[in-house]
Design a protein around this ligand. Sequence first.
Ligand SMILES: [Zn+2]
Length: 249
Amino acid sequence: MNVETHVAIGRVVSRHLHLDPCLEECFVRGLKKPDLNAGRRGRRIRRHHGIHMDSVMSIIWSARRAYLAGDLEKALEALGVALHYVQDSCVVGARRRFRRIHYRVEREIASLEIPVDAIREGFKKAECSPLFVKTVLYSIKPSTNPVEALRNASLYSAMITGAVYNQSQPPQEVLEILERVKMEEAKKRRKAKRNAWISIALLAIGLALIPAQPLISAILLALSLILLLATLIHRVDPQFEQLAWYGIV
Ligand SMILES: [Zn+2]
């Protein structure tokens, strides 16, 4: 997508957020950034098309964290970068086979008006939740139709902005998750303590048995290590993400 189109979508989104000119420029800077950084055209194409949505999600997380910390300039710039990738993903890729179609679609998009109604609709649909953002990211499909591609790019940009740039307080369901997570954490801590003691015991027995029973000793040492690793590895669950989105954990 042309840089002018990225900026034009951004300006309409900015109007909906009532950003002051200084903040709007931070947002626009972010929207332009991936093209400026990528430099040469060939490299730009490789970088832009096929970027993994998990990487876009981590940029969105940094935007949300900055927003919660009150650093709106940083938040909007990061959000701009993420939306650039989102918008590019709405257009058919520029890989060799589709290159000509890609440039035609890109050119036609540049001559279209930004669909303000799609942006309004996106803000209406937005939910302040990381799961919502992920669902949006993974539902993006590249299009060869310029009108559809621009509409989706505008709609998804507004949906994601509405989820990130949102000052709602945590809803009841998130507060309930917090209570549940606190109880689970306490249970996990007790279990981790017990596992750590078992692991130390296995380690001690294993070491003591090295001269007499090397095979049993090796098995015990391996078990001790596995138990210790299982205790240390902390999985990030979706509930935790819901809380982090509101800056609670
Ligand atoms: Zn781009």
